[in-house]
Write a protein that binds this ligand. Structure first.
Ligand code: BG6
Length: 512
């Protein structure tokens, strides 16, 4: 990361300071930023929670969360300054009187530290608090900047549970802060390789001329997780994979792959292009949904050699639940560039490995030169964007197999970014926090993106209800329902993931 000298002093106010997100993601990210001197000077953090705590207690929590307790050698003066500038403020989020005191408290910190009245309010709380916190901050004069100060609010997902609830929430937030000061997090956008997609596409001569339906046969986007719903059964019962993963992360990946070059790299130009993709998505009609969507749920099985329970046996999950933990979709973008190219999306829990990849499969060259009149195939060129756990780009092409007269074999060029950067690759939240402090909203979702994504996803859930779409069980540790394979084979395609499999398959093509 660079170019951070443009950061103005501010106070980061974290609502939900004792919660999971703060402990697992925010404290570690902030400590990493502090260590690299990527936080503004001065910078103060106020953790807001409902329990009684002292400043010393939250400082100890932050140290533990960021692994400082285990690695005392990691203590440097920048980290120490972040920890010393961390304070705790107790209040009930839904009681107005706490907000007046909070305001006085923050103004007092401005006097002490010189943070100049700038604020980032990070709402790491249950979604039903988003609206009330925004309203009370507004009501108590903390949502609008004056005398050159700025106030921003960061909201985590889920941003609503459907289009109607998202609209309601958006109205509450915009009444308080205004669109330009709302930072809606989709943590996938903070991942390194997502930021690389536009660069690879638009900074190379190699790919962009081929990036269309004339040369691309299909696109596959997979986010697989080996974990189940863990402690989030209650939430998941109201969401399912379609709302939890497709509405946000999956559609964001799709927009980055499919968008047109923006006129500039500013937030609005980039997001204008992403919105156009969402607007061009062909809505699925009830008669398409049976063919183009698969809804699955994990049953008990084995993962990493250990038995695991099925979704219906998980904590706070209904024993007859039909909620999907797996979704596969066949989508089409009806615009000039992508007409007729299938985009296959799939995501699921309790799949064999944790991985996220995008595979671009190019159309094959005619094999006539090598195979004569025999119907045989040369094998496709593939471009694979590896998002996690490995970060990088893999390009597969055909070459002559060494030592043979004329066998053709797929070979690869593999750029492994994570091998080069190793542990220095910044976590998504590090990037997102610094962008918000700098006032750059490019990697946050704009309201119209959220709105189109919800409307697309709502349409699928409604169609599922109308046609009574079955939730198919798949054993934990498998790659999901077999019908997802059939969905692709109906078009002459098959899942090309994980890309590691391609190496072991080694489909060497002999000359006939
Ligand atoms: C979250 C979902 O948004 O993303 C979780 O709510 C999911 O269900 C998680 O596990 C996956 O994120 P990552 O970064 O681990 O791939």
């Amino acid at each position: 990361m660079k170019d951070f000298q443009d950061m103005e002093p501010c106070i980061l106010v974290i609502f939900g300071a004792t919660g999971d997100l703060t402990q697992r993601k925010l404290y570690p990210a902030l400590v990493n930023l502090a260590r690299q001197e990527l936080l503004p000077k001065p910078f103060v953090t106020v953790a807001v929670g409902r329990r009684e705590k002292t400043d010393e207690e939250v400082r100890a929590e932050a140290k533990t969360a960021a692994g400082l307790a285990k690695h005392p050698s990691a203590k440097d003066r920048h980290t120490a300054s972040f920890i010393n500038n961390l304070h705790y403020f107790r209040m009930d989020f839904d009681k107005p009187f706490g907000y007046q005191k909070l305001r006085t408290y923050l103004n007092g910190l401005d006097e002490i530290y010189g943070t100049k009245g700038n604020r980032v309010f990070f709402l790491a709380v249950a979604p039903h608090y988003f609206g009330v916190i925004a309203h009370e901050l507004h009501h108590h004069g903390m949502s609008k900047g004056n005398h050159g100060t700025w106030q921003r609010v960061v909201v985590e997902k889920p941003f609503g549970n459907d289009l109607i609830s998202a609209r309601r929430l958006n109205q509450e937030l915009t009444e308080a802060f205004g669109e330009r000061c709302i930072y809606r997090i989709d943590h996938y956008l903070g991942k390194e390789m997502l930021q690389n997609i536009m660069v690879v596409r638009f900074a190379n001569t190699l790919f962009e001329p081929l990036w269309n339906s004339r040369y691309i046969e299909e696109v596959q986007i997979t986010i697989s997780e080996d974990v189940g719903v863990e402690t989030r059964g209650g939430y998941y019962e109201t969401a399912g994979a379609l709302r939890d993963m497709v509405q946000n992360h999956m559609l964001q990946l799709l927009t980055l792959i499919a968008m047109e070059p923006p006129v500039a790299l500013d937030a609005d130009s980039v997001r204008d292009e992403k919105v156009k993709v969402l607007r061009s998505l062909r809505p699925l009609r009830p008669e398409d949904v049976g063919r183009q969507t698969i809804k699955g749920q994990y049953s008990s099985g084995h993962l990493n050699g250990r038995p695991v329970v099925g979704y219906r046996e998980e904590d706070r999950v209904h024993p007859d639940s039909e909620v999907e933990t797996y979704v596969a979709l066949e989508l089409y973008i009806d615009n000039f560039r992508w007409s007729g190219v299938p985009f296959y999306l799939r995501t699921g829990k309790r799949l064999p490995i944790r991985s996220a990849e995008i595979v671009i499969r190019f159309r094959e060259q005619p094999g006539v030169l090598y195979f004569g009149k025999q119907p045989n195939s040369l094998g496709p060129n593939l471009l694979v964007v590896k998002i996690q756990p490995e970060e990088g780009i893999y390009l597969q092409f055909n070459a002559r197999e060494p030592g043979t007269r004329s066998s053709i074999t797929p070979v690869r060029m593999d750029y492994c970014q994570s091998c080069i950067l190793g542990f220095n690759s910044p976590e998504a939240y590090e990037r997102l926090l610094t962008d918000c402090i700098r006032g750059d909203s490019t990697l946050f979702t704009r309201w119209d993106e959220v709105e189109y994504a919800w409307s697309f996803v709502d349409n699928i859930s409604l169609a599922w209800e109308q046609i009574g779409q079955q939730t198919e069980l798949y054993p934990a540790g498998s790659w999901g329902p077999e019908s997802a394979d059939r969905m692709l084979s109906n078009n002459g395609h098959s899942w090309l993931f994980p890309f590691q499999c391609l190496l072991t398959e080694r489909p060497v093509l002999e000359r006939v």
